[in-house]
Design a protein around this ligand. Structure first.
Ligand code: SF4
Length: 413
């Protein structure tokens, strides 16, 4: 709901566009979020349940492994019932790629590091061409072609890019160019460099990811560092977080990153909260968690702020659609920085949720018009009282100095 700027939208790299089912990738299309199921693909109901959970959490495209004939059969049953396009993940066996195409998948992912026979690659590309199904060339630093590893002395950015280009050459031999590419590595600097080189070399859409990023929070940080750096440079058309976690977390993280960069419209709640400091009048962490739990389930597409004090809170969070700041045992509700209501402290979260629902239903202008007439005056009185009581000394320095002196005295006695 809040108006926002983006530092990246204006300078996105120009690419050709491919269609993964009904999702456009590249060519100025919204950047899409991907994730991958962790179920056995042959388990149709289990896999579909996970696909639905991923789609509800922000995934636009979902990949399933096609590692055995039973998985291909599973795909044939999954594809028509899936809410999002399905990509089949292929390693080692080109037969699985052909079966996945037969199953009706929207895209294949081939790993050039372990599907190496040129005649098999050309056969899969010809079949994909005839069926108008795109392929992702999914290069992975950990499974690079041994010849390239030797030639470049390791999994260098040059080696990853050359692997992708060799695969592209095989595809072009059979007139197939409906391709997106990834050059993933678990090393963030390596993947960033490889994607930059690839972006200079081809005009295909790029699928970004840091592979084997590990469990959160480190996995989230590594993925965000790699993906966000490239997105901020205008590189990247579809993204995947590879976390050692429930894939729902991958989808959520991908969606949240794009929303944070203003590359996708806000679909869910964005809860911001101050880090708290000596001025805080409440347990900010506790109230923020309570507010998040209460608001998240309602799926409200707004930015909500929880601020520890009314002295600075409404001003610091004036960009938020809605917020609450604490002061003198009361909660001060504000919309875009304007105080609209003052409630008892123990009703802060309840009042926040109620106002959030009204805000989404009625709009900002209507809720500002419905503000309590005296709320701003009361809030200002609380603010002034707090300023007088605490002055500019947010850290309660004198109390702390006194405590330190007392401890020192006790230690020496
Ligand atoms: S000054 Fe107030 S709003 Fe800012 S960090 Fe401290 S408690 Fe939070």
């Amino acid at each position: 709901m809040a108006t926002r700027n983006t530092v990246v939208a204006g300078k996105r790299r120009r690419t050709r566009q491919i269609m993964v089912g009904d999702v456009a990738v590249g060519g100025g299309a919204p950047i899409s979020v991907q994730s991958m199921t962790t179920t056995k693909t042959a388990d149709v109901e289990g896999t579909l349940a996970q696909i639905y959970a991923l789609a509800a959490s922000g995934a636009d495209i979902v990949r399933c492994t096609c590692n055995e004939p039973e998985a291909a059969e599973g795909l044939a049953r999954i594809v028509p019932r899936s809410p999002v396009p399905i990509v089949a993940d292929i390693h080692f066996h080109h037969e699985r790629a052909l079966e996945a195409l037969e199953a009706g998948v929207a895209c294949l992912r081939l790993n050039p590091g372990n599907l190496r026979k040129p005649e098999e690659i050309r056969l899969v590309a010809s079949e994909a061409r005839d069926r108008k199904v795109p392929i992702r060339i999914g290069v992975n630093a950990g499974s690079l072609h041994p010849d390239l590893y030797k030639k470049h002395g390791g999994a260098t950015p040059e080696a990853l890019v050359e692997s992708a280009q060799m695969e592209l050459d095989y595809f072009r031999e059979v007139g197939f160019d409906d391709v997106k590419i990834s050059v993933k590595a678990s090393s963030v600097p390596l993947m960033i460099e490889a994607y930059r080189m690839l972006a200079d070399a081809v005009d295909h859409p790029l699928h970004l990811g840091v592979t084997e990023a590990g469990p959160p929070p480190a996995g989230l940080i590594k993925s965000t560092a790699g993906i966000a750096t490239l997105l901020a440079e205008g590189i990247g058309d579809t993204i995947r977080y590879s976390l050692t976690a429930d894939p729902v977390e991958e989808a959520r993280a991908g969606r949240q990153l794009l929303e944070a960069l203003n590359l996708r419209e806000r679909k869910g709640l964005d809860l911001i909260a101050c880090p708290s400091c000596g001025r805080a009048e409440i347990d900010v962490i506790g109230v923020a968690k309570e507010a998040q739990a209460a608001l998240e389930s309602r799926n409200l597409p707004i930015q909500v702020a929880v601020m520890g004090c009314v002295v600075n809170g409404p001003g610091e969070a004036r960009e938020a659609d809605l917020g609450i700041a604490a002061g003198r045992k009361r909660g001060h509700l504000f919309i875009r920085g304007q105080i609209v209501r003052v409630v008892p402290e123990d009703q802060m979260v309840e009042a926040l949720v109620e106002e959030a629902e009204k805000l989404v239903a009625e709009g900002i202008e209507a809720r500002l018009a419905a503000a309590d007439a005296g709320a701003a005056r009361e809030a200002e009185a609380d603010r002034q009282a707090l300023l007088e009581a605490k002055g500019e000394d947010a850290n309660r320095s004198e109390e702390k100095v006194e405590l330190i002196r007392r401890h020192r005295g006790e230690a020496h006695s």
